[in-house]
Write a protein that binds this ligand. Structure first.
Ligand SMILES: [Zn+2]
Ligand SMILES: [Zn+2]
Length: 347
């Protein structure tokens, strides 16, 4: 079968790879749609994501949906031809974190398309991918694979909003109008946040934010800082989400989050030790929380997409065939033109 394999920075190959045999508790899925994520882009352009560098060829991709093409002997409740959104997380379900309901923190996690462990967890940008039954969420017929492939990044956003606690009626600021920042805006709105702002260095993603109903947009990085007025009286926002991974964005959030407020870190900050104004956390009792991937929010994401309560269609801005993968990755990195770029798998 064909798979999109990254061999090093800027070295993406459509390779012929050997399909693996199926275990009794697994299914084989013909992949139909796959979204390109920030981590895929980082492997593509830098050969690494944060602290994790490529040590062997890696099939990219973890935002996928497809159709069941083969079922293991022990599988119940899934049949050939079923359309499914595929949860790329395969936690062990046996460690203390899994048993404690936080399987996103599983010490034995296998997550598609990640170089976090060796051998690397191969990804899902391939003709077929193998999954356990619990990774497969059936989708309604009219939903479509491109929408289903958005369940993964939406789950990341839903998890982040959940980490923030009750956002009902709260004033929210989001750093970064990329796919995750925009999905956080949609998720926060769905959860009842009434006043949502977002800031970014670039204008086009901010226009998209306006289009999807974000209340206020702020372009930062110019001579005037539009966020400066929120610094008065030690900050005004109840909840802030950091979805850029850039330290200046976090620094801004620390200054504009109100005393007793909460900041959720979603973006991956630069590797190694970083410097931040930590005394603001202390003196203003700001809760600073990490948010990593998701657990049952994946099912919630599929439900929100199936019911139409969260509409992600405006975020899918480009679709490319597998043979055009380099163009797809270049497009996905072009913030002036694109939010979420997806690959279409056709056989
Ligand atoms: Zn992703
Ligand atoms: Zn586990």
């Amino acid at each position: 079968m064909q798979a999109l394999q990254i061999h090093g920075a800027q070295d993406l190959r459509l390779s012929e790879i050997e399909p693996k045999p199926l275990a009794p508790d697994e299914v084989r899925i013909a992949v139909k749609s796959g979204g390109i994520c920030g981590s895929d882009l980082s492997y593509y352009f830098k050969g690494r994501v944060g602290d994790f560098a490529l040590q062997e060829p890696l099939v990219l991709g973890h935002e996928v949906a497809g159709e069941i093409a083969e079922v293991g002997d022990a599988i119940q409740g899934l049949a050939l031809g079923d359309a499914v959104a595929i949860n790329p997380a395969r936690p062990c379900l046996a460690c203390p974190d899994c048993l404690g309901g936080r399987s996103n923190l599983c010490r034995n996690m296998i997550f598609y398309g990640s170089a976090a462990r060796m051998p690397h967890a191969q990804g899902a940008f391939s003709d077929f991918v193998i999954a356990r039954a619990d990774q497969c969420l059936p989708i309604p017929e009219n939903m479509g694979f491109p929408i289903a492939a958005m369940a993964e990044p939406l789950a990341v956003a839903l998890h982040a909003v959940r980490r923030a606690g009750d956002v009902m009626g709260r004033r929210v600021m989001i750093a970064g109008a990329g796919p995750i920042g925009l999905l956080v805006a949609l998720a926060a709105k769905q959860a009842g946040a009434t006043d949502i702002g977002i800031f970014d260095l670039a204008e086009p993603p901010l226009e998209k934010a306006r289009e999807i109903g974000v209340d206020a947009i702020y372009r930062v990085g110019g001579v005037d800082n539009p966020l400066a007025r929120f610094e008065a009286n030690k900050g005004v926002f109840d909840v802030a989400f950091e979805a850029t991974g850039a330290l200046p964005a976090l620094a801004s959030l620390l200054r504009i989050t109100r005393p007793g407020g909460r900041i959720v870190q979603i973006g991956m900050l630069p590797p190694g030790d970083v410097t931040l104004a930590a005394n603001l956390l202390m003196a203003q009792e700001i809760d600073y929380l990490g948010s990593f991937r998701f657990h049952e929010e994946y099912q919630m994401a599929v439900d929100f997409l199936a019911s139409g309560k969260i509409d992600v269609r405006p975020l899918i801005t480009g679709t490319y065939g597998l043979n055009d993968a380099d163009s797809a990755f270049e497009a996905a990195a072009d913030r002036d033109q694109h939010i979420k770029v997806q690959l279409r798998f056709e056989r």
